[in-house]
Design a protein around this ligand. Structure first.
Ligand code: KIV
Length: 290
């Protein structure tokens, strides 16, 4: 286990003040949480993208609070010192401020998260304020907000025309004033992201929004070739784990079929005297039964 000190809000803000880039990744399970902790990832998002990457849905919309809590708990067990953010799933905060506070509270109480994230700008500002007033740090999320993909016209870059870009810039200010501790900008043009970053007083994290933000986020499954349906342009592939696993699986199927697996080191034995005793006992029992 890593000997890193717990990442806290002051730790993150100190890094931000020093102008050092903040690292952030999505994560959905214990072993990956363990690896991300070992690698020194600072902010971990248990994203509702798990609906697509792990549960195989077509979108994030079917993901429930119970799904999110179960996966957040697993990640926390693997990554005890990371700044762990629970992503509020569809309809866990949209209905009302009270619903939002209750859902955010579950992430903190049941999964030991450090913060939550929700999607949306000015229309969600009162949810952010309510959550923060309840003592729960909250990250905003602007640009491509997957839970609203239907009204945004699909999974595409947001803020490419001046009017829409201006709205994102205004929304970022509104979320900051509402109390957000950081904002994720997903698939926003680089200069729009830079504009927001230079004027914000909280960390701005980029997902496909360019290098000028205070930190970067990638989706873990995109980084390692683990999502078979598509690879977004913004994702850098750091290794093809999907290919490594597939080759291993094919080899396993072949080895079981041609009996080259298992080999001597893959099974357990019983001492001769114990086995002979066993045979004797069983034969005696058989004899008594007949
Ligand atoms: O659910 C998620 O992983 C997210 C990212 C797309 C930022 O919200």
């Amino acid at each position: 286990m890593s000997d890193r000190k717990k990442i806290t809000l002051p730790t993150l803000y100190e890094k931000y003040e020093r102008g050092e880039p903040i690292t952030m990744l999505t994560c959905y399970d214990y072993p990956t949480g363990y690896l991300q902790e070992e690698a020194g990832v600072e902010m971990i998002l248990v994203g509702d993208s798990l609906g697509m990457t792990v549960l195989g849905y077509e979108s994030t919309l079917p993901v429930t609070m119970d799904d999110m809590i179960r996966h957040s708990q697993a990640v926390r067990r693997g990554a005890p010192t990371a700044w762990l953010i629970g992503d509020m799933p569809y309809m866990s905060y949209q209905p009302s401020v009270e619903t939002a506070i209750r859902s955010a509270g579950r992430f903190m109480a049941e999964a030991s998260c450090d913060a939550v994230k929700l999607e949306g700008g000015r229309e969600m500002a009162d949810r952010v304020t309510g959550i923060v007033a309840a003592g729960i740090p909250c990250m905003g999320h602007l640009g491509l907000t997957p839970q609203s993909a239907s009204s945004l016209g699909g999974f595409k870059v947001q803020g490419r025309d001046a009017a829409r870009a201006a709205r994102i810039v205004e929304d970022a200010k509104i979320l900051e004033q509402a109390g957000a501790h950081s904002i994720l900008l997903e698939m926003v043009p680089d200069r729009v992201c830079q504009w927001i970053t230079e004027r914000a007083n909280i960390p701005i994290i980029s997902l496909g929004s360019g290098p000028r933000a205070n930190g970067q986020l990638l989706i873990f499954h995109d980084m390692f070739g683990l999502y078979p349906r598509f690879k977004p342009k913004m994702a850098k592939v750091y290794g093809n784990a999907g290919e490594v696993i597939l080759n291993g699986l094919k080899q396993y199927v072949e080895e079981v079929q041609n009996r080259s697996f298992p080999q001597r080191e893959h099974w357990f034995t019983i001492k001769d005297e114990e086995y002979n005793d066993l045979v004797e006992r069983l034969e005696e029992r058989d004899h008594l039964d007949h």
